[in-house]
Design a protein around this ligand. Structure first.
Ligand SMILES: [Zn+2]
Length: 341
């Protein structure tokens, strides 16, 4: 054994770190997970395409139709100002209806790899309304391989997640709250962007407070498929507040995952408030990230490489599992070592 080196076996055997790895997901993550649509071939729309894809533009008055297809959030905001509740309700229910119906294909998916590659000290923040992260979580939990999954926070609400106002708890929408047995009320999805106020809704407020707390305390921050934060100034402002002053952070690593061929310079510029000196990697695939190269040990690997200056070896998550149980089997040594420690 070499004291300057960490082998794959050593990495698996030693889950010693308690700091979280925070993964922020945007619509690009769902596009990467389901490039050909969901189980039934239904496309996963990006927010900017939603009016066209879901044929919502007909619900907008003539003067807002074009804006609706170009900048849906802004058009929705203007419609909100007009106070036409019938149209607003229709749009809400069409959006909710569409996203609720989406389904993960039966075969192992990128979302399964994400859920299994992080532990319960780690955190996923998602902007996505779609049900894929939760559907994956539910089917993996049924396999019984582990109960140590990353914590999930839904920054823009989610079709699968509901909230109990009285007990400030969330769970699967329409399932009973464990304290009062009343069904969790579905989380809100659409907000008028020009008045986007993350404080006005108790569920969203709680999710953002958690996001800021974990951003402040994480060692590694990975952004996957969220490339246009300029459209959501308040969101990026809140993320920045949570992260704090980049100069006060020492050594933390930031990773940006985007679709192949994206403009790396523009991405570095966008995310510069989150980048400590040169500690950034811009990647084309989730499988190139620290999470996928050091599953369930990403912060340990980061620590060994950057703080201890050791040579580390990759333990990459395979990309060609034929079944979920085969996938679970691959993660078993990692989970077993966690139970022992
Ligand atoms: Zn309750």
């Amino acid at each position: 054994m070499n004291e300057h080196e960490v082998t794959v076996e050593q990495e698996i055997a030693n889950p010693f770190h308690s700091k979280p790895h925070v993964l922020l997901l945007g619509a690009g993550a769902s596009k990467a997970a389901l490039p050909n649509g969901d189980k039934h071939g239904r496309p996963v729309p990006l927010l900017r395409d939603i009016a066209e894809d879901l044929k919502l533009d007909n619900l907008f008055p003539e003067e807002l139709k074009e804006l609706a297809t170009k900048d849906f959030e802004s058009a929705y905001s203007k419609l909100f100002e007009l106070g036409v509740s019938e149209e607003l309700n229709k749009i809400d229910s069409l959006v909710r209806g569409y996203f609720s119906k989406l389904e993960l294909p039966d075969e192992p998916n990128l979302y399964d790899a994400i859920n299994l590659s992080m532990r319960d000290k780690d955190v996923i923040l998602t902007f996505n309304w779609d049900p894929f992260l939760m559907q994956s979580r539910i089917r993996l939990a049924k396999l019984g391989i582990t109960t140590s999954f990353p914590q999930l926070f839904f920054l823009h609400g989610n079709v699968t997640v509901g909230f109990c106002e009285e007990h400030n708890t969330s769970g699967i929408a329409e399932q009973p709250c464990s304290r009062c047995r009343k069904p969790f009320k579905p989380s809100k999805l659409l907000y008028p962007v020009e008045h986007k106020d993350y404080q006005s809704d108790n569920f969203i407020k709680r999710e953002w407070e958690a996001a800021q707390y974990y951003l402040k305390n994480c060692s590694v921050f990975t952004v996957f498929g969220y490339s246009a934060p300029v459209t959501d100034k308040e969101a990026i402002g809140l993320l920045k507040d949570g992260w704090g002053d980049v100069n006060d952070r020492s050594m933390e690593q930031t990773e940006i995952i985007n679709r192949p061929g994206s403009d790396h310079d523009a991405l570095s510029e966008t995310w510069s408030p989150f980048i400590h000196t040169h500690h950034v990697d811009i990647l084309d695939s989730f499988y190139d990230s620290f999470i996928a190269k050091h599953p369930r040990r990403s912060v340990e690997a980061y620590w060994n490489q950057y703080w201890e200056a050791k040579f580390i070896s990759n333990n990459p998550v395979p990309q060609n599992f034929s079944s979920l149980s085969e996938m679970a089997e691959w993660f078993k040594p990692l989970v077993d070592a966690e139970k022992k420690s």
